[in-house]
Design a protein around this ligand. Structure first.
Ligand code: FAD
Ligand code: UDP
Length: 383
Protein backbone atom coordinates (compact mmCIF):
# COMPACT_ATOMS: atom_id res chain seq x y z
CA UNK A 1 0.00 0.00 0.00
CA UNK A 2 1.37 3.38 -1.04
CA UNK A 3 0.88 6.35 1.27
CA UNK A 4 2.26 8.85 -1.25
CA UNK A 5 3.12 8.99 -4.94
CA UNK A 6 6.03 11.21 -5.95
CA UNK A 7 6.14 11.94 -9.67
CA UNK A 8 9.72 12.64 -10.78
CA UNK A 9 12.94 11.22 -9.30
CA UNK A 10 14.94 14.45 -9.41
CA UNK A 11 16.64 15.98 -6.35
CA UNK A 12 13.34 17.51 -5.21
CA UNK A 13 11.20 14.37 -5.52
CA UNK A 14 13.83 12.08 -4.01
CA UNK A 15 14.25 14.37 -1.01
CA UNK A 16 10.51 14.36 -0.30
CA UNK A 17 10.42 10.57 -0.73
CA UNK A 18 13.40 9.95 1.57
CA UNK A 19 12.24 12.15 4.43
CA UNK A 20 8.73 10.70 4.42
CA UNK A 21 10.02 7.12 4.10
CA UNK A 22 12.18 7.70 7.17
CA UNK A 23 9.01 8.78 8.98
CA UNK A 24 7.30 5.50 8.20
CA UNK A 25 5.40 6.29 4.99
CA UNK A 26 5.45 3.98 2.00
CA UNK A 27 6.37 6.08 -1.02
CA UNK A 28 6.15 5.20 -4.71
CA UNK A 29 8.37 7.30 -6.96
CA UNK A 30 7.31 7.34 -10.61
CA UNK A 31 9.92 8.44 -13.13
CA UNK A 32 9.47 8.59 -16.88
CA UNK A 33 13.17 8.36 -17.68
CA UNK A 34 15.17 5.15 -17.28
CA UNK A 35 17.24 6.59 -14.43
CA UNK A 36 16.80 8.59 -11.22
CA UNK A 37 18.51 11.90 -10.34
CA UNK A 38 16.56 14.11 -12.75
CA UNK A 39 18.76 16.59 -14.57
CA UNK A 40 21.50 16.09 -11.99
CA UNK A 41 22.15 12.59 -13.33
CA UNK A 42 25.66 11.52 -14.28
CA UNK A 43 27.15 8.44 -15.94
CA UNK A 44 30.54 7.20 -17.15
CA UNK A 45 31.26 8.18 -20.75
CA UNK A 46 31.45 4.81 -22.59
CA UNK A 47 34.54 5.80 -24.62
CA UNK A 48 36.71 7.19 -21.81
CA UNK A 49 35.14 6.23 -18.48
CA UNK A 50 35.09 9.92 -17.55
CA UNK A 51 32.03 10.85 -15.48
CA UNK A 52 29.82 13.13 -17.56
CA UNK A 53 26.80 15.11 -16.42
CA UNK A 54 24.29 14.05 -19.05
CA UNK A 55 22.08 17.14 -18.81
CA UNK A 56 24.77 19.81 -18.47
CA UNK A 57 27.50 20.50 -15.92
CA UNK A 58 26.25 20.34 -12.32
CA UNK A 59 28.33 21.89 -9.54
CA UNK A 60 27.08 21.55 -6.03
CA UNK A 61 27.28 24.64 -3.83
CA UNK A 62 25.19 25.85 -0.92
CA UNK A 63 24.96 28.21 2.03
CA UNK A 64 22.17 26.13 3.51
CA UNK A 65 23.61 24.15 6.42
CA UNK A 66 20.59 21.87 6.67
CA UNK A 67 20.80 20.88 2.99
CA UNK A 68 24.55 20.32 3.29
CA UNK A 69 24.11 18.05 6.31
CA UNK A 70 21.20 16.18 4.73
CA UNK A 71 23.03 15.37 1.48
CA UNK A 72 26.27 14.65 3.33
CA UNK A 73 24.55 11.63 4.85
CA UNK A 74 24.60 10.08 1.37
CA UNK A 75 27.96 11.19 -0.02
CA UNK A 76 31.39 12.50 0.83
CA UNK A 77 32.46 15.56 -1.18
CA UNK A 78 35.60 16.36 -3.13
CA UNK A 79 37.14 19.76 -2.50
CA UNK A 80 36.29 20.92 -6.04
CA UNK A 81 35.83 24.69 -6.29
CA UNK A 82 34.29 25.91 -9.54
CA UNK A 83 36.23 28.37 -11.69
CA UNK A 84 35.24 29.50 -15.18
CA UNK A 85 37.05 31.29 -17.99
CA UNK A 86 35.70 33.15 -20.98
CA UNK A 87 37.12 33.87 -24.41
CA UNK A 88 36.66 37.32 -25.88
CA UNK A 89 38.39 38.66 -29.00
CA UNK A 90 41.24 36.18 -28.88
CA UNK A 91 41.94 36.44 -25.16
CA UNK A 92 40.98 34.34 -22.16
CA UNK A 93 39.64 36.09 -19.04
CA UNK A 94 38.60 34.77 -15.63
CA UNK A 95 34.92 34.80 -14.68
CA UNK A 96 32.93 35.93 -12.77
CA UNK A 97 34.11 39.48 -13.35
CA UNK A 98 36.72 40.20 -10.72
CA UNK A 99 39.73 42.47 -10.38
CA UNK A 100 41.81 40.20 -12.63
CA UNK A 101 39.16 40.44 -15.38
CA UNK A 102 38.91 44.21 -15.00
CA UNK A 103 42.67 44.80 -15.03
CA UNK A 104 43.22 42.48 -17.99
CA UNK A 105 40.39 44.10 -19.94
CA UNK A 106 41.50 47.69 -19.33
CA UNK A 107 45.25 46.85 -19.44
CA UNK A 108 45.56 48.36 -16.00
CA UNK A 109 46.73 47.60 -12.47
CA UNK A 110 43.86 49.20 -10.56
CA UNK A 111 43.39 48.72 -6.84
CA UNK A 112 39.94 47.62 -5.59
CA UNK A 113 38.92 51.24 -4.84
CA UNK A 114 40.19 52.51 -8.18
CA UNK A 115 38.32 49.74 -10.01
CA UNK A 116 35.10 50.53 -8.15
CA UNK A 117 35.43 54.19 -9.11
CA UNK A 118 36.04 53.32 -12.76
CA UNK A 119 33.09 50.92 -12.98
CA UNK A 120 30.82 53.38 -11.17
CA UNK A 121 31.72 56.01 -13.75
CA UNK A 122 31.07 53.60 -16.61
CA UNK A 123 27.81 52.44 -15.08
CA UNK A 124 26.67 56.01 -14.60
CA UNK A 125 25.51 55.19 -11.10
CA UNK A 126 28.00 57.17 -9.06
CA UNK A 127 28.62 54.05 -6.98
CA UNK A 128 29.65 50.48 -7.75
CA UNK A 129 29.58 47.92 -5.04
CA UNK A 130 28.76 44.55 -6.52
CA UNK A 131 25.42 42.79 -6.41
CA UNK A 132 22.63 44.64 -4.81
CA UNK A 133 24.24 48.02 -4.28
CA UNK A 134 24.06 49.55 -7.75
CA UNK A 135 20.97 51.44 -8.80
CA UNK A 136 19.23 49.64 -11.65
CA UNK A 137 16.05 48.81 -13.50
CA UNK A 138 14.50 45.37 -13.40
CA UNK A 139 15.80 43.96 -16.67
CA UNK A 140 18.94 41.91 -17.16
CA UNK A 141 20.41 44.68 -19.36
CA UNK A 142 19.79 47.52 -16.89
CA UNK A 143 21.04 45.44 -14.01
CA UNK A 144 24.10 44.24 -15.92
CA UNK A 145 25.15 47.72 -17.02
CA UNK A 146 24.59 49.13 -13.55
CA UNK A 147 26.71 46.39 -11.98
CA UNK A 148 29.72 46.36 -14.31
CA UNK A 149 29.41 49.36 -16.65
CA UNK A 150 28.82 49.36 -20.38
CA UNK A 151 32.23 48.23 -21.76
CA UNK A 152 32.42 45.07 -19.63
CA UNK A 153 28.71 44.39 -20.19
CA UNK A 154 29.14 44.62 -23.96
CA UNK A 155 32.26 42.41 -23.90
CA UNK A 156 31.22 39.59 -21.59
CA UNK A 157 27.44 39.65 -21.16
CA UNK A 158 25.63 41.07 -24.18
CA UNK A 159 26.50 38.51 -26.88
CA UNK A 160 26.71 35.55 -24.50
CA UNK A 161 23.24 36.36 -23.17
CA UNK A 162 21.92 36.79 -26.73
CA UNK A 163 23.25 33.32 -27.63
CA UNK A 164 21.94 31.78 -24.44
CA UNK A 165 18.47 33.28 -24.30
CA UNK A 166 17.54 34.48 -27.82
CA UNK A 167 15.43 37.01 -26.00
CA UNK A 168 16.32 40.73 -25.84
CA UNK A 169 18.19 41.42 -22.59
CA UNK A 170 15.73 44.19 -21.70
CA UNK A 171 12.97 41.55 -21.57
CA UNK A 172 14.87 39.16 -19.31
CA UNK A 173 14.56 39.45 -15.53
CA UNK A 174 17.48 40.95 -13.60
CA UNK A 175 17.55 37.81 -11.45
CA UNK A 176 19.27 35.90 -14.30
CA UNK A 177 22.38 38.04 -14.03
CA UNK A 178 22.43 38.58 -10.27
CA UNK A 179 23.27 34.87 -9.92
CA UNK A 180 26.80 35.93 -10.93
CA UNK A 181 28.86 37.80 -8.35
CA UNK A 182 31.01 40.84 -9.28
CA UNK A 183 34.17 41.09 -7.21
CA UNK A 184 36.64 43.90 -6.63
CA UNK A 185 39.35 41.51 -5.50
CA UNK A 186 41.17 38.55 -7.07
CA UNK A 187 38.76 35.90 -5.77
CA UNK A 188 37.85 34.03 -8.98
CA UNK A 189 35.57 31.35 -7.48
CA UNK A 190 32.37 31.09 -9.50
CA UNK A 191 30.27 30.61 -6.37
CA UNK A 192 30.64 32.31 -3.01
CA UNK A 193 28.91 29.64 -0.92
CA UNK A 194 30.78 28.14 2.06
CA UNK A 195 29.94 24.57 1.00
CA UNK A 196 31.12 23.48 -2.45
CA UNK A 197 32.19 20.16 -3.90
CA UNK A 198 31.30 17.20 -6.07
CA UNK A 199 30.13 13.80 -4.83
CA UNK A 200 33.26 11.66 -4.41
CA UNK A 201 31.58 8.66 -6.08
CA UNK A 202 29.62 10.75 -8.58
CA UNK A 203 26.08 12.08 -8.73
CA UNK A 204 24.50 8.78 -9.77
CA UNK A 205 25.78 7.12 -6.57
CA UNK A 206 24.48 10.01 -4.44
CA UNK A 207 20.96 9.78 -5.86
CA UNK A 208 20.98 5.95 -5.65
CA UNK A 209 21.80 6.12 -1.91
CA UNK A 210 19.13 8.76 -1.36
CA UNK A 211 16.52 6.49 -2.97
CA UNK A 212 17.78 3.34 -1.23
CA UNK A 213 15.23 2.84 1.54
CA UNK A 214 12.95 -0.16 2.18
CA UNK A 215 9.88 2.09 2.13
CA UNK A 216 10.74 3.66 -1.25
CA UNK A 217 9.64 1.92 -4.41
CA UNK A 218 10.95 3.45 -7.64
CA UNK A 219 9.12 2.79 -10.91
CA UNK A 220 11.25 3.83 -13.91
CA UNK A 221 10.15 4.40 -17.51
CA UNK A 222 6.65 5.37 -16.48
CA UNK A 223 4.98 8.64 -17.52
CA UNK A 224 2.48 9.48 -14.80
CA UNK A 225 0.36 11.46 -17.28
CA UNK A 226 0.17 8.61 -19.80
CA UNK A 227 -3.09 6.67 -20.00
CA UNK A 228 -3.64 4.19 -17.15
CA UNK A 229 -2.75 0.53 -17.60
CA UNK A 230 -1.76 -2.32 -15.32
CA UNK A 231 1.99 -1.59 -15.51
CA UNK A 232 2.24 1.13 -12.90
CA UNK A 233 0.82 4.17 -11.16
CA UNK A 234 -0.81 6.83 -13.31
CA UNK A 235 -2.81 9.94 -12.71
CA UNK A 236 -6.05 8.13 -13.50
CA UNK A 237 -5.20 5.21 -11.18
CA UNK A 238 -4.14 7.48 -8.28
CA UNK A 239 -6.92 10.05 -8.41
CA UNK A 240 -8.53 10.22 -5.01
CA UNK A 241 -6.56 7.20 -3.68
CA UNK A 242 -3.13 8.53 -2.70
CA UNK A 243 -1.73 12.02 -2.31
CA UNK A 244 0.57 13.02 -5.17
CA UNK A 245 3.66 15.23 -5.26
CA UNK A 246 4.02 16.24 -8.91
CA UNK A 247 7.44 17.52 -10.00
CA UNK A 248 6.85 17.47 -13.78
CA UNK A 249 5.93 20.52 -15.87
CA UNK A 250 2.88 22.22 -14.38
CA UNK A 251 1.50 23.23 -17.79
CA UNK A 252 1.72 19.63 -19.00
CA UNK A 253 -0.26 18.43 -15.98
CA UNK A 254 -3.12 20.72 -17.01
CA UNK A 255 -2.92 19.76 -20.69
CA UNK A 256 -1.44 23.18 -21.61
CA UNK A 257 -4.93 24.56 -21.20
CA UNK A 258 -3.63 28.09 -20.55
CA UNK A 259 -0.88 27.82 -23.19
CA UNK A 260 2.70 26.52 -23.09
CA UNK A 261 5.18 28.00 -20.65
CA UNK A 262 8.38 29.13 -22.39
CA UNK A 263 11.56 27.13 -21.76
CA UNK A 264 15.05 27.21 -23.18
CA UNK A 265 16.67 23.95 -24.10
CA UNK A 266 20.30 23.03 -24.75
CA UNK A 267 21.76 20.88 -27.53
CA UNK A 268 24.93 19.11 -26.42
CA UNK A 269 27.44 18.27 -29.12
CA UNK A 270 29.65 15.53 -27.65
CA UNK A 271 33.12 14.75 -28.98
CA UNK A 272 36.34 12.96 -28.00
CA UNK A 273 39.44 14.96 -28.89
CA UNK A 274 42.55 12.72 -28.87
CA UNK A 275 44.31 14.56 -26.04
CA UNK A 276 44.52 14.34 -22.28
CA UNK A 277 43.67 18.03 -21.94
CA UNK A 278 41.57 19.91 -24.48
CA UNK A 279 41.19 23.31 -22.81
CA UNK A 280 42.97 23.24 -19.46
CA UNK A 281 39.83 23.96 -17.40
CA UNK A 282 36.36 22.47 -16.93
CA UNK A 283 34.28 25.32 -18.41
CA UNK A 284 35.27 27.77 -21.13
CA UNK A 285 32.61 30.34 -22.05
CA UNK A 286 32.58 31.95 -25.50
CA UNK A 287 31.55 35.56 -25.11
CA UNK A 288 31.50 36.51 -28.82
CA UNK A 289 29.00 35.78 -31.57
CA UNK A 290 31.55 34.22 -33.94
CA UNK A 291 31.35 30.97 -31.92
CA UNK A 292 27.73 29.76 -32.13
CA UNK A 293 28.03 27.71 -28.94
CA UNK A 294 27.86 29.34 -25.49
CA UNK A 295 30.43 27.21 -23.70
CA UNK A 296 32.52 24.05 -23.82
CA UNK A 297 32.61 21.64 -20.89
CA UNK A 298 35.57 19.28 -20.40
CA UNK A 299 34.38 16.87 -17.74
CA UNK A 300 37.69 15.31 -16.69
CA UNK A 301 38.66 18.56 -14.94
CA UNK A 302 35.81 18.22 -12.44
CA UNK A 303 37.71 15.29 -10.91
CA UNK A 304 41.46 15.96 -10.98
CA UNK A 305 41.77 13.39 -8.18
CA UNK A 306 40.69 10.56 -10.52
CA UNK A 307 42.80 8.48 -12.83
CA UNK A 308 41.48 9.20 -16.33
CA UNK A 309 43.03 8.31 -19.72
CA UNK A 310 45.97 10.52 -20.73
CA UNK A 311 45.33 10.34 -24.49
CA UNK A 312 41.58 10.97 -24.76
CA UNK A 313 39.07 13.35 -23.29
CA UNK A 314 35.35 14.03 -23.60
CA UNK A 315 33.90 17.48 -24.21
CA UNK A 316 30.46 18.98 -24.87
CA UNK A 317 29.75 22.14 -26.87
CA UNK A 318 26.51 23.71 -25.62
CA UNK A 319 24.05 25.38 -27.98
CA UNK A 320 21.03 27.10 -26.55
CA UNK A 321 17.63 27.61 -28.17
CA UNK A 322 13.92 27.92 -27.29
CA UNK A 323 12.44 24.52 -26.41
CA UNK A 324 9.93 22.92 -28.77
CA UNK A 325 7.20 20.58 -27.56
CA UNK A 326 9.51 17.52 -27.66
CA UNK A 327 12.66 19.14 -26.22
CA UNK A 328 13.96 18.90 -22.66
CA UNK A 329 12.89 22.04 -20.78
CA UNK A 330 16.03 23.41 -19.09
CA UNK A 331 15.62 27.07 -18.12
CA UNK A 332 12.29 28.88 -17.62
CA UNK A 333 12.34 31.98 -19.87
CA UNK A 334 9.87 33.90 -17.69
CA UNK A 335 8.61 36.49 -20.17
CA UNK A 336 5.57 38.54 -19.12
CA UNK A 337 3.28 36.18 -21.10
CA UNK A 338 4.80 33.21 -19.23
CA UNK A 339 4.16 34.84 -15.89
CA UNK A 340 0.50 35.42 -16.79
CA UNK A 341 0.11 31.77 -17.80
CA UNK A 342 1.89 30.63 -14.67
CA UNK A 343 -0.54 32.62 -12.56
CA UNK A 344 -3.41 30.76 -14.24
CA UNK A 345 -1.73 27.37 -13.66
CA UNK A 346 -1.08 28.20 -10.02
CA UNK A 347 -4.79 28.90 -9.57
CA UNK A 348 -5.61 25.54 -11.15
CA UNK A 349 -2.99 23.85 -8.96
CA UNK A 350 -4.42 25.39 -5.79
CA UNK A 351 -7.82 23.91 -6.71
CA UNK A 352 -6.44 20.42 -7.47
CA UNK A 353 -7.26 18.20 -4.46
CA UNK A 354 -4.52 15.96 -3.05
CA UNK A 355 -1.79 17.12 -5.44
CA UNK A 356 1.26 19.21 -4.48
CA UNK A 357 3.34 20.80 -7.25
CA UNK A 358 7.05 21.26 -6.63
CA UNK A 359 10.55 21.29 -8.05
CA UNK A 360 11.81 23.35 -10.94
CA UNK A 361 9.24 22.05 -13.47
CA UNK A 362 6.31 22.03 -11.07
CA UNK A 363 7.04 25.60 -9.94
CA UNK A 364 8.35 26.90 -13.30
CA UNK A 365 11.31 28.35 -11.49
CA UNK A 366 15.08 28.05 -11.87
CA UNK A 367 16.28 26.11 -8.81
CA UNK A 368 19.84 25.12 -8.05
CA UNK A 369 20.15 21.63 -6.61
CA UNK A 370 20.45 22.90 -3.07
CA UNK A 371 17.30 24.99 -3.50
CA UNK A 372 15.47 21.95 -4.88
CA UNK A 373 16.57 19.87 -1.87
CA UNK A 374 15.66 22.67 0.55
CA UNK A 375 12.21 22.93 -1.04
CA UNK A 376 11.85 19.12 -0.81
CA UNK A 377 12.71 19.18 2.90
CA UNK A 378 10.17 21.95 3.45
CA UNK A 379 7.38 20.14 1.59
CA UNK A 380 8.10 16.88 3.43
CA UNK A 381 7.75 18.79 6.72
CA UNK A 382 4.41 20.15 5.58
CA UNK A 383 3.13 16.78 4.42
P1 FAD B 1 14.46 17.58 -12.23
O1 FAD B 1 15.85 17.25 -11.91
O2 FAD B 1 14.15 18.11 -13.57
O3 FAD B 1 13.60 16.25 -12.00
C1 FAD B 1 12.27 16.15 -12.44
C2 FAD B 1 12.03 14.71 -12.87
O4 FAD B 1 10.63 14.52 -13.12
C3 FAD B 1 12.74 14.34 -14.16
O5 FAD B 1 13.57 13.23 -13.95
C4 FAD B 1 11.60 14.04 -15.14
O6 FAD B 1 11.92 13.02 -16.06
C5 FAD B 1 10.49 13.63 -14.20
N1 FAD B 1 9.15 13.80 -14.77
C6 FAD B 1 8.63 14.91 -15.34
N2 FAD B 1 7.37 14.69 -15.75
C7 FAD B 1 7.08 13.40 -15.42
C8 FAD B 1 5.92 12.58 -15.60
N3 FAD B 1 4.81 13.04 -16.20
N4 FAD B 1 5.97 11.30 -15.17
C9 FAD B 1 7.10 10.81 -14.57
N5 FAD B 1 8.20 11.55 -14.39
C10 FAD B 1 8.21 12.83 -14.81
N6 FAD B 1 22.09 23.22 -10.12
C11 FAD B 1 23.15 23.37 -9.31
O7 FAD B 1 23.00 23.37 -8.08
N7 FAD B 1 24.42 23.52 -9.80
C12 FAD B 1 24.67 23.52 -11.15
O8 FAD B 1 25.83 23.66 -11.57
C13 FAD B 1 23.57 23.35 -12.03
N8 FAD B 1 23.77 23.33 -13.35
C14 FAD B 1 22.70 23.17 -14.18
C15 FAD B 1 22.93 23.15 -15.56
C16 FAD B 1 21.88 22.99 -16.42
C17 FAD B 1 22.14 22.92 -17.91
C18 FAD B 1 20.56 22.89 -15.91
C19 FAD B 1 19.39 22.77 -16.84
C20 FAD B 1 20.32 22.91 -14.56
C21 FAD B 1 21.39 23.06 -13.67
N9 FAD B 1 21.19 23.03 -12.30
C22 FAD B 1 22.27 23.20 -11.46
C23 FAD B 1 19.85 22.89 -11.72
C24 FAD B 1 19.47 21.44 -11.39
O9 FAD B 1 19.38 20.70 -12.58
C25 FAD B 1 18.13 21.48 -10.64
O10 FAD B 1 18.32 22.08 -9.38
C26 FAD B 1 17.51 20.11 -10.36
O11 FAD B 1 17.43 19.34 -11.52
C27 FAD B 1 16.13 20.33 -9.79
O12 FAD B 1 15.59 19.10 -9.38
P2 FAD B 1 14.04 18.77 -9.59
O13 FAD B 1 13.82 17.50 -8.89
O14 FAD B 1 13.22 19.93 -9.23
O15 FAD B 1 13.85 18.60 -11.19
N1 UDP C 1 26.33 35.28 -18.40
C1 UDP C 1 26.97 36.00 -19.39
N2 UDP C 1 28.24 35.68 -19.73
C2 UDP C 1 28.92 34.66 -19.17
C3 UDP C 1 28.28 33.93 -18.15
C4 UDP C 1 26.98 34.26 -17.79
O1 UDP C 1 26.36 36.89 -19.97
O2 UDP C 1 30.08 34.40 -19.56
C5 UDP C 1 24.95 35.65 -18.04
C6 UDP C 1 23.93 34.89 -18.92
O3 UDP C 1 22.83 35.75 -19.17
C7 UDP C 1 23.55 33.75 -18.01
C8 UDP C 1 23.58 34.39 -16.62
O4 UDP C 1 24.69 35.31 -16.70
O5 UDP C 1 22.26 33.26 -18.33
C9 UDP C 1 23.77 33.41 -15.48
O6 UDP C 1 24.98 32.69 -15.67
P1 UDP C 1 25.15 31.21 -15.18
O7 UDP C 1 26.55 30.80 -15.39
O8 UDP C 1 24.56 31.09 -13.82
O9 UDP C 1 24.24 30.45 -16.24
P2 UDP C 1 23.95 28.89 -16.30
O10 UDP C 1 25.18 28.17 -15.86
O11 UDP C 1 22.80 28.68 -15.40
O12 UDP C 1 23.66 28.67 -17.73
Amino acid sequence: MTDLVVVGAGPFGLTVARVLAERGRNVTVVERRDHIGGNAHSSPDPATGIEVHNYGAHLFHTSNQRVWEFLSRFTAWTGYTHRVFTRHRGEVYPLPINLATINQFFRSALSPDEARALIAEQAGTGQAGGSGTAASGNSLRDKGVSLIGRPLYEAFIESYTAKQWQTPADQLPASVITRLPVRYNYDSRYFSDPHQGLPVDGYAALWARLADHPRIDVVLGRDFLAPADAAGPSRAACAGRAPVVFTGPIDQYFGHSAGRLGWRTIDFEWSHPPTGDFQGCPVMNYADLDAPWTRVIEFRHFHPERDYPADRTVIAHEYSRPAGADDEPYYPINRPADRERLERYRQLAAAEPGVWFGGRLGRYQYLDMDMAVAAGLALAEKL
